[in-house]
Design a protein around this ligand. Structure first.
Ligand code: URA
Ligand code: SF4
Length: 181
């Protein structure tokens, strides 16, 4: 475990811990304010993220940014990361062996940042942080407290592309987060 975010980032820059290393362009480590009380956790990089090395800069990221604008969250003020740091081919779900290889990096990020609130973006984030027994359709929008951290499960931003009611849910969940601060 590293105590400084730069040390962690440097340590994994050439990571070959799982097969996702074979096709990646860039590791998408995570970005934002390491002193933030709020952290967002997504699933894994897509094509745009892979080419830029920054989380949520593609279509789903634009939707997230729009929702951030509506509720008054500044992307630079929060911290954003993913369950896996390299892009799964064709945007398939990350597999358990890949998640198991990668998730300690995310745990180390959480240890360093010490967020008060973690927003879990979609099923993959929810089930790999809180447990496979959780269902996003059931847990979405409801606070779950564990070991002093408040978790807010919500839709993955990509789901907002297809469903207007989910957009409203997402905005409401972000408002909950803002009001809890
Ligand atoms: N989807 C994710 O889960 N993470 C990203 O960084 C981009 C899209
Ligand atoms: Fe390493 Fe994670 Fe990338 Fe796999 S996904 S190669 S464990 S950084």
């Amino acid at each position: 475990m590293y105590e400084k975010i730069e040390d962690l980032q440097n340590a994994i820059i050439d990571c070959k811990g799982c097969k996702l290393c074979n096709n990646r362009t860039n590791i998408v480590f995570g970005t934002g304010n390491i002193n933030s009380k709020i952290m967002f956790i997504g699933e894994g990089p897509g094509a745009d993220e892979d080419s830029q090395g920054i989380p949520f800069v593609g279509k789903a990221g634009k939707l997230m940014d729009n929702a951030f604008d509506i509720v008054g969250i500044n992307r630079e003020e929060v911290y954003i990361a993913n369950i896996v740091k390299c892009r799964p081919p064709n945007n398939r779900d990350p597999q358990d062996d890949e998640i198991n290889a990668c998730i300690n990096y995310l745990r180390n990020q959480v240890m360093i940042i010490k967020p008060k609130i973690i927003v879990l973006l979609g099923r993959i984030a929810l089930q790999n942080i809180l447990g496979k027994e959780y269902k996003i359709t059931v847990s979405r929008g409801k606070w779950i407290e564990k070991k002093g951290i408040f978790y807010m499960p919500t839709w993955h931003p990509a789901a907002l592309l297809r469903d207007e009611t989910k957009k409203m849910d997402f905005i409401n969940d972000l408002k909950e987060v803002i009001n809890k601060e």
